[in-house]
Design a protein around this ligand. Sequence first.
Ligand code: GDP
Length: 446
Amino acid sequence: MIFEGLSERLQETFKKLRGHGKLTEDDVNEAMRDVRMALLEADVNFKVVKDFVKKVKERAIGQEVLETLTPAQVVIKIVNEELTALMGGTQSKLNISSVPPTIIMMVGLQGAGKTTTAGKLALSLRKQGKHPLLVADDIYRPAAVKQLEVLGKQLDIPVFSMEAGTDAVTIAKESVPYANSHAADVIIIDTAGRLHINEELMQELTSIKSEVKPHEILLVVDAMTGQDAVNVAESFNGSLGLDGIVMTKMDGDARGGAALSVKAVTGCPIKFVGMGEKLEALEPFYPDRMASRILGMGDVLSLIEKAQDVYDIETAQKMEKKLRKDEFTLDDFLDQLQQVRKMGSFEQILGMLPGMGNIKKQLEGVDVDFNGKEIKHIEAIIRSMTPQERADISVINGSRRKRIAAGSGTRVQDVNKIIKQFAEMKKMMKKMKKMQKSPMGLGRFK
Ligand code: GDP
């Protein structure tokens, strides 16, 4: 996961500090040397690291931190605040025009995830009650136009394109009256990308900009490309002027330096992050929540929002009733598993919990990671059971297990494992019921 190395290193540094009790100036200096190394190893821009460490050090030594009862805590607090400030302080939102349509121009190099992000953004805006229109303006790659059309169909969002040979500025210009006559209130223009920045590309983008006067120019960059992403952002901002950045592929194992440096280097805030290939995997960027995640303090707010997105109250209440009455079946189990999967990978969910570094270490080697493939297996196994078996696992004897394994293309051990997991889960729920606690929680999937 992104920031994993940085997060581990910082937590180790602070653990050392905590062990000291009262801190001396030397202790702080040593900790700051560790922080500096950790940031550099995470591929944070050299100058950004230098300024950051200087600021933290000044505050840590200057603020009579050394005299407080919990100096390590105060140092962590300062680092948290400075990390948040580094990434822009508060959330930066899209500029939505008071007079529709709002025009958003998506720019970026090929492969950064521009077209996918255009689709994700359209979906996210529609969820907020807007009526987006996607504009296929990457005229040099017919495949790009096709890709956007496929996305539009998949999302049921209209796509505006013009016949081959029409120039990019005309398409962008014509999309505005089209949006007006089709009741679209947000226009998302998917402009052409290139492999590298060149004069021709910038010329075209500048012409589109001056013709349609977008309210928002969003640059899409790939977090995996590290400092290159920061350089690309600097060039685009210099030539075109940017309103915001979308950092994609934050679900990968990028070291995270680009996400930490880009605001400080370019002055442009990250507005969204791409957290996966799925079209739902676009999240607003919250500097404070990201800083908490990096410091292993978790991001419970994002987790709650995700859960709210996935669970509607009615389903949650229905499940709770079933659990209370001990009517929870394997079908419900599967359903729950799929719901939780929608919130992201198990690793992503863990990443949002406080102290996840420790939890993850404890879980290493333990078979808890329900990835997509495993869920498909579980689904196949459960689907191969008769309704009677699904409702009451006690009837599933040896020969039935063999039949289920054959029917689902899995092994008897796999079937045994699922039945055992389910039985354990039910046992745990009974215990929780006794404790008079709500059984709806993630804990049961451990
Ligand atoms: P474009 O050339 O900039 O338009 O890039 P595309 O939208 O075609 O995306 C390039 C590849 O990156 C595709 O395979 C996307 O599925 C993938 N991609 C885009 N955003 C993300 C993301 O946030 N996470 C991951 N893992 N993949 C992404």
